[in-house]
Design a protein around this ligand. Structure first.
Ligand SMILES: Cc1ncc(COP(=O)(O)O)c(C=O)c1O
Length: 455
């Protein structure tokens, strides 16, 4: 009698006894045994022991090509020697001075010189904190309350932005947020300028915020024409245009999506790559808006009209050291140009696999970001002529198939972000690594076909 073949889930679990044991310990100590919603998955997440370059290794000895790249922060890959040296040197000199440092000033100067429209820089700690500060600054500057965000766009987890992050868009992404808090957050469909114009007519809008390349890292791509229309509309009406470049900043080009698309926002939210892989972020943009945070010496204005902002860990020297080391390398745009070429190569290779295996689906995105959709091709999804249905793109291929693809890729040595079936590449990836990812994708697709998960 032949033993039945293990399911992909069994195969994943059976090969990872140490991760399973760690997960049991973690589950007792942390909700779902994880520190981040996106890192939790069934049957249990794997635990990593070390990482280097484009790869990481789990506690059971499995090697993965890392298409998460530190949630997108590690533009140069793991353990880049210049970043590691900067951190190690700085650790010898102190972690926190309760004061500024020359490194912090250099960091701000680098951001100013690289990012379009960056006249002033305020360091923060996370993307969430930064988008929250951007909204506060925009409201104080305009004296208006409403903000517009778009369906599927993610701006961190603070209260004002839990609206319309995930399909079904009418249900907030999190419990625990009063409806009154969301009453000043207006939601617009992606790429629909007429809808935006109506909202602007009917409400006192302080700011429009969006991920310039598309909602949730290009899961729902933005039409570049729409970006230009938004820029014109906001400029005409004195509405602050905020680009959330937490993912795209320093990635799509040295100057991020703004350089890539040729559109400059009023305020830009930066995190991830801005801090070299350590926790750090920045709000930057027009001096007249950013200076809402500045002390003027006018006691009355500073007490009543100034935007207050402070964070224990903002701009600290260890983070500044990592950030400066990474940005000194990223500033020329050479890493990004090469990575964008590799991104094209990766998407083309994965799409060729789908074609060869006769699977309806597509791998889309731009620059060094990719997203896998199985079950419909690019034309059916409206990706080719910008007629897409954001909810369908957002839902993706369904939890069961997305989960199986993720596990199959892990079994074949590649890690992607399961939530959106997407990935971010890093500068340590070689053309050979790209071929290896394509090969792993091919084996994973074949496995899904054998398991009758694909039509
Ligand atoms: C576009 C975007 N904005 C904001 C955030 C929140 O950043 P953080 O996780 O640093 O709070 C993220 C996180 O992934 C993001 O992708």
């Amino acid at each position: 009698m032949t033993t039945p073949r293990p399911t992909i889930e069994q195969q994943y679990a059976d090969a990872r006894p140490k991760s399973k044991a760690l997960y049991e310990r973690a589950r007792a100590a942390m909700p779902s045994g994880a520190a981040h919603d996106g890192r939790y998955f069934a049957p249990f997440p794997f635990y990593v022991e070390r990482a280097e370059g484009a790869r990481k290794w789990d506690v059971d000895g499995h090697e993965y090509l890392d298409c998460w790249s530190g949630h997108g922060a590690l533009m140069l890959g793991h353990k880049h020697p210049a970043v590691v040296k900067a951190i190690t040197d700085q650790a010898q000199k102190g972690l926190h001075y309760s004061a500024g440092s020359e490194l912090e000033v250099r960091w701000a100067e680098l951001v100013r010189s690289i990012v379009p429209g960056a006249e002033r820089v305020r360091f923060t700690l996370t993307g969430t904190e930064t988008t929250s500060l951007a909204v506060r600054v925009a409201r104080a500057f305009t004296g208006r309350d409403y903000i517009i965000k778009f369906e599927s766009h993610f701006h961190g987890v603070h209260d004002a932005f839990v609206a319309a992050v995930k399909d079904p868009f009418e249900i907030p992404a999190s419990a625990g947020v009063p409806a009154s808090t969301l009453s000043t957050t207006l939601v617009a469909p992606c790429n629909d300028i007429d809808h935006v114009r109506e909202l602007l007519e009917d409400h006192q809008v302080a700011a429009i915020i969006l991920e310039p390349a598309g909602g949730r890292s290009m899961t729902v791509p933005t039409n570049p024409k729409f970006l230009k229309e938004l820029r014109e509309e906001t400029r005409r009406r004195g509405v602050v245009l905020i680009f959330d470049e937490v993912v795209t900043g320093f990635r799509m080009a040295a100057g991020g999506a703004q350089e890539y698309f040729g559109v400059t926002a009023d305020l830009t939210c930066l995190a991830k790559a801005v801090a070299g892989g350590l926790p750090g972020a920045a709000l930057t943009g027009r001096a007249d808006i950013m200076d809402m945070i500045a002390f003027t010496g006018d006691a009355k204005r500073d007490r009543t009209r100034r935007v207050a902002d402070q964070g224990t860990y903002s701009g600290t020297p260890l983070v500044a050291a990592a950030a400066v080391a990474q940005l000194e390398i990223l500033k020329t745009g050479e890493v990004q140009r090469e990575l964008n070429r590799k991104g094209d190569r990766l998407r083309a290779g994965m799409n060729q696999t789908l074609k060869t295996r006769g699977v309806r689906g597509c791998v889309y995105g731009a620059s060094s970001m990719f997203r896998v959709f199985l079950g419909a091709d690019a034309a059916e999804l409206g990706l080719e002529d910008w007629t897409m249905d954001a909810a369908r793109l957002d839902r993706g291929m369904g939890g069961k198939l997305a989960g199986a693809l993720h596990l199959a890729l892990l079994v074949n040595g590649v890690d992607i972000s399961r939530g959106n079936s997407n990935g971010w590449m890093n500068g340590a990836m070689t053309d050979k690594d790209i071929d290896q990812i394509v090969d792993a994708f091919d084996r994973s697709i074949v496995r899904l076909q054998e398991d009758r998960l694909l039509a």
